[in-house]
Design a binder for this molecule. Structure first.
Ligand SMILES: [Zn+2]
Length: 318
């Protein structure tokens, strides 16, 4: 039996109600962040729609639920991005064309789940569009997407949209605590507030984060800081610096912004700087992040030295 986090309950409630009134459309698009439990929700609905007990919640005990659990339900398909490029390709969609027209073997619904459906290439999206235009009875399509803007508008418009809201900080914190996860505050900061992503962060990653805090707080030597930066995972480090700066900016705007205890001294130091410097540094980090995401082979030595220089300049130690 899957326990769904509390912030997914509104969506499940809406879907359950439509389903009970036999008004659930055959195509559902779930939009949200993976780290907030998007896959968990998609899988829950797939199981629920296959369950023989009726209703949307899987009972976990009927024949259908047991078949799903064993990964052997004949009336369900899960398509995921494949290959080096991690895309959903048209062959994968075509591969389930026959399945679409088969009579369900268990006499209930048929359910197709597309995880990371924003990773469909154009040909695949057009094949899905065809499926959406010619629905077959008792067949449900669940499309999960973490980026609505990357979905083909024609596909989007043929699905009913369900948006998975991000949990509030207290909800996220509570969920981690209930699941026995240590250092919830620290993990949430590292995972941009996404609880499921936070729960998967390793202790080594937390230790590394602490080392980064200490180094950025104490190191005044340009070369030493640059060398340290160069050894770090670029995106993690940039997200971390962005978090410090954003927190400082929020506090200067009189908003409450909690950070892990170990980061507090650093954020307080930043709060003492001119706002314009913080914003300038923020722009620089955002640009650097975009550059890294577009071309992974950005000269690491060069940007490490730049970041070191910028940081020391901003904090008045250049
Ligand atoms: Zn069941």
């Amino acid at each position: 039996m899957i326990e769904l986090p509390v912030w997914t309950h509104p969506i499940v409630g809406q879907i359950a109600e439509s389903y009970a009134r036999q008004r659930l459309p055959h195509a559902l698009m779930l939009v949200g962040r993976e780290g907030d439990g998007l896959s968990l929700l998609g899988d829950f609905l797939r199981r629920g729609l296959l369950c023989k007990q009726g209703g949307i919640k899987p009972c976990g005990q009927c024949k259908s639920c047991l078949l799903v659990h064993a990964g052997a339900h004949p009336d369900s398909r899960v398509l995921e991005p494949e290959g080096k490029s991690l895309t959903i390709k048209v062959d994968q969609i075509r591969g389930i064309a026959d399945f679409m027209h088969e009579t369900p073997q268990q006499g209930g619904n048929k359910v197709i789940r597309l995880t990371h459906s924003e990773k469909m290439n154009n040909a695949a999206a057009n094949a899905v569009l065809k499926m959406l235009e010619e629905p077959t009875p008792n067949t449900y399509l669940i499309l999960e997407s973490s980026s609505l803007s990357r979905m083909l508008p024609t596909v989007r418009s043929r699905c009913r949209l369900y948006k998975l809201e991000q949990p509030g900080h207290d909800q996220a914190h509570q969920w981690l605590t209930d699941n026995g996860i240590e250092q919830p505050e620290q993990r949430l900061a590292m995972a941009d507030g996404a609880p499921l992503a936070a729960s998967r962060i390793s202790n080594e990653a937390i230790d590394q984060w602490h080392r980064q805090v200490s180094c950025f707080l104490q190191e005044r030597n340009f070369t030493a800081l640059a060398a340290f930066i160069q050894q770090q995972d670029p995106l993690t480090l940039l997200n971390q610096t962005l978090l410090w700066v954003d927190t400082a900016i929020r506090r200067l705007n009189r908003q409450t912004a909690p950070v892990p205890e170990r980061d507090e001294d650093l954020v307080q130091a930043l709060q003492g700087l001119p706002t314009v410097s913080l914003f300038r540094f923020r722009d620089y980090i955002v640009q650097l992040k975009q550059g890294l995401q577009q071309q992974a082979n950005l000269n690491q030595q060069m940007w490490s030295e730049q970041l070191s220089a910028r940081w020391l300049e901003m904090t008045g130690h250049a």
